[in-house]
Design a protein around this ligand. Structure first.
Ligand code: NCD
Length: 319
């Protein structure tokens, strides 16, 4: 079961849709480990990646995902495009729409921009991160990583730590893990906590040691300095001392706790480099691997819905 026409966020998804997507992604994990990584799920379709914000792993992950499914993939280099000449988001969308893409992958610095764009085009739109709003494929790849490591998502204690206020990764993860009945904790300085966090039915900790006690999953977030206008943290040194993940703090989590980070990491700011590389706990590389599989599954499911919709429209015209 997967009814969505676009993947704009986790918010509108039903738990069964999330499970469908993760189950399909498992088959793509297998495919991606073969020498010949090829499916024709998107054969003949056109995928455009439109990134208004810098990205390394997300854009390359979407590009590889589309290519492995047989789509024609184009990366729009927005930094050198007519957007720089003052074209509006909607004009860019309508221009691209006229080229008949089937899948449009969009990242934009403003919350809600991707939803707006989706209303103007005829193809399936995937949100690759919009402002502080959502980053659905990141939450889905995190869920797949957790499910493979722990065998389930429900009744796991997940501590999301650090710069939560500025993080679309945290927001999408909170929505997804809440729907899948995990126990959520938010850990970080009060200045980096979203307003109303306590009303969301999650536990909030300012003390990292308290927040990590017995946690099954420790999800670290990057300190998003580019989204801050000063005064959020005392200093990076002080931040690392109180909220940086090191061996001593991690020892308070469950003995088999996994450590996650969406990347890019600031080693020595939110996470100690040796913890990030510790194969006994860190699943940071697995997250990157799961990212390609989850994006393949998402685009495959949206393409199926798109074909069905176009099929219905065509038979409607003939009748
Ligand atoms: C995240 C993002 O862009 O929201 N990165 C990513 O997609 N891997 C998190 C971040 O930038 O810190």
């Amino acid at each position: 079961m997967f009814r969505a026409r676009h993947l704009l966020g986790i918010e509108p998804l039903a738990p069964a849709e999330i499970t469908t997507l993760l189950d399909l992604a498992e088959t793509y994990v297998e495919l991606n480990r073969r020498t010949v990584k090829r499916s024709d799920a998107l054969a003949g379709m056109t995928q455009i990646n439109l990134f208004f914000e810098n990205s390394t792993r997300t854009q390359s992950s979407f590009e590889l995902a589309g290519k492995r499914l047989g789509a024609d993939v184009m990366n729009m280099d927005v930094a050198h495009s007519s957007v720089k000449k003052g074209e509006t988001l909607i004009d860019t969308a309508l221009t691209l729409n006229a080229m008949h893409p089937d899948l449009l992958v969009v990242r934009h610095p403003q919350s809600g921009a991707v939803d707006l764009l989706a209303q103007k085009v005829n193809c399936a739109v995937l949100n690759a991160g919009d402002g502080r709003h959502e980053h659905p494929t990141q939450a889905l790849l995190d869920a797949l990583t957790i499910r493979r490591a722990k065998g389930r998502l429900h009744r796991l204690t997940v501590a999301i730590c650090g710069d939560i206020a500025h993080s679309r990764v945290a927001r999408s993860n909170m929505l997804l893990l809440g729907k899948m009945e995990a126990r959520l904790r938010l850990v970080g300085p009060a200045t980096l906590m979203p307003s109303g966090a306590r009303e969301l039915g999650v536990e909030v900790y300012e003390d990292m040691r308290e927040g990590l006690k017995g946690a099954d999953v420790v999800m670290m977030l990057r300190l998003q300095k580019e989204r801050m206008d000063g005064g959020f943290i005392p200093s990076e040194r002080e931040y690392y001392h109180r909220w940086g993940l090191d061996a001593e703090k991690l020892a308070l989590a469950a003995p088999d706790a996994i450590v996650m980070h969406p990347g890019p990491m600031n080693r020595g700011v939110e996470i100690d480099g040796t913890i990030a590389d510790d194969i006994n706990h860190s699943v940071i590389r697995d997250q990157v691997e799961m990212g390609v599989a989850v994006r393949m599954a998402a685009m495959d499911l949206l393409a199926r819905n798109l074909r069905a919709e176009r099929g219905r429209a065509a038979s409607g015209v003939m009748a």
